[in-house]
Design a protein around this ligand. Structure first.
Ligand code: SF4
Length: 459
């Protein structure tokens, strides 16, 4: 599999032929989606919650500079050091600078898509710092040398058998495919790493502007260990994660767990305020890196800025008919699926991710499931229009659509064109469109049009 967005088409063909992958995806996705329906239906005010979450995010993104400044001011007062990184290079170099300052040899990392986005683990390892993923799914994909295939369930593309084989090969343990035993193997391996780590790195689910707090939700306890055992903790997060008030969490906590993992509530919540020197369960130094990396490009567009409301629950991926069939790796981007097809062009530039906005049926299921009501299908349409301006469509395609546009707006032309098409089909002449016709059968037209049937019925 090629981890490049421009390889989407080739990757999709390979993924569709991979029977195991299809089985693993179907099993994992259908289980989570059906559980999600159950836990969402318990909340009669679900639609209100979505609306509230949308409004909080909208307000914050409209006033992003103000809330980031407020967060920085309050967090600095708490003793947390803030660094604003324009791009991945600045963020990585800052982490390395801290790691060198404390002479770090071993770093434990809890799950963070932003660190995947900037390639932090690989960078630290190139610089001689052993870096271990401590989230079970991330640990599996690190051992496999792969990218996460989903933002909240990184190893959802793998079966228990495949994970068992991987552990046996890479960790030298006896093969087992029992989830409990596999978890214990990972736990044993990671415990030693936690206890010896010099540096802990995490992401953040939310940053609270009024208190300067970092909020992390998780299910395994690994984020809690990564952010308390090492002497130094660095949280790296996108600038869009800030929200105004602590009380806003009452809305987000209700929607996040249900949307991400179909849980009423995630198992652990850490609200980190300040480093506490000389206490055994707290780091001595805390740093927060606020990463832009293309996010402010989205602010320039009234419509596309909605993508910054995303709370990275991953639900839009699970419900997307394209993602369901091809899985996350096919997109070749850190953020796959519908929202990834909006975020990736903002980060890499649309030219380098030209195919992604087209990797959608535009059915709108992503909007219906999104807990913050992002109109993802409209954002994809806007990006498609921009892609066409960049020369994505051939002259022939453009001509066909221009003719289509003229015909559809003129009643007489439309009637004559459909009669002509019907006549061609009667003669057995079917239109052939190169790659389109390869995998599709041209639909049979009904012998009579609806209008003809209607007219006959009236007489
Ligand atoms: S776009 Fe919505 S559904 Fe998709 S990951 Fe973001 S918050 Fe979740």
């Amino acid at each position: 599999m090629n981890y490049i967005p421009s390889k989407f088409r080739n990757n999709a063909v390979k993924a569709l032929l991979n029977v195991n992958l299809r089985k693993n995806l179907t099993r994992a996705i259908s289980h989570t989606l059906s559980k999600r329906v159950e836990v969402v239906s318990e909340l009669p005010d679900w639609e209100n919650l979505r609306q509230k979450a949308h409004e909080i995010k909208k307000h914050t993104i409209e006033n992003l500079a103000y809330y980031l400044d407020l967060f920085e001011e309050r967090a600095t007062k708490n003793g947390v050091k803030i660094f604003r990184a324009k791009d991945s290079i600045e963020a990585k170099n800052y982490v390395l600078q801290i790691a060198r300052k404390i002479n770090a040899r071993l770093c434990v990392k809890s799950k963070s898509m932003v660190t995947e986005e900037i390639g932090l683990r690989e960078f630290l390892e190139e610089n001689g710092i052993e870096t271990v993923e401590t989230d079970l799914g991330e640990f599996i994909v690190q051992l496999a040398g792969e990218m996460p295939s989903h933002i909240t369930a990184p190893a959802m593309h793998k079966s228990r058998d495949e994970i068992g084989k991987l552990f046996s090969e890479k960790l030298g343990v006896k093969f087992t495919n029992e989830p409990e035993k596999l978890t214990n193997i990972a736990r044993e391996f990671l415990r030693h790493k936690f206890l010896n780590a010099d540096l802990g790195i995490s992401g953040a689910n939310f940053l609270i502007a009024e208190t300067g707090s970092i909020v992390i939700v998780e299910n395994e306890g690994n984020a809690g260990l990564s952010t308390t055992i090492p002497k130094v903790h660095i949280a790296i997060t996108g600038i869009e994660k800030v929200i105004p008030r602590l009380s806003d969490l009452t809305v987000f906590f209700k929607i996040l767990g249900r949307s991400a993992t179909a849980q009423r509530f995630t198992s652990y919540v850490s609200i980190i305020n300040s480093p506490k020197k000389n206490k055994p369960d707290s780091p001595e130094e805390i740093y927060v890196i606020l990463l832009d990396n293309g996010r402010t490009n989205l602010l320039k567009s009234e419509r596309l800025k909605q993508a910054l409301y995303c709370i990275k629950c991953g639900a839009c991926m699970l419900t997307c008919p394209v993602y369901q069939r091809v899985g996350g790796h096919t997109y070749g981007s850190i953020y796959p699926g519908p929202i990834g097809s909006v975020l990736t062009p903002a980060q890499l530039g649309l030219r380098d991710a030209l195919l992604l906005p087209f990797a959608s049926s535009l059915c709108g299921k992503c909007f219906e499931i999104c807990p913050v009501k992002i109109e993802i299908h409209h954002l994809l349409l806007q990006l498609r229009a921009q892609a066409v301006d960049l020369g994505f469509a051939s002259w022939l395609e453009k001509l066909i659509f221009k003719l289509w546009f003229i015909v559809m707006r003129n009643y007489k032309l439309y009637t004559s064109a459909s009669k002509f098409l019907r006549y061609l089909l009667k003669l057995g002449i079917k239109p052939k469109v190169k790659s389109w016709s390869k995998e599709r059968i041209f639909p049979e037209l009904a012998p009579k049009s609806f209008k003809e049937i209607w007219r006959n019925q009236k007489t």
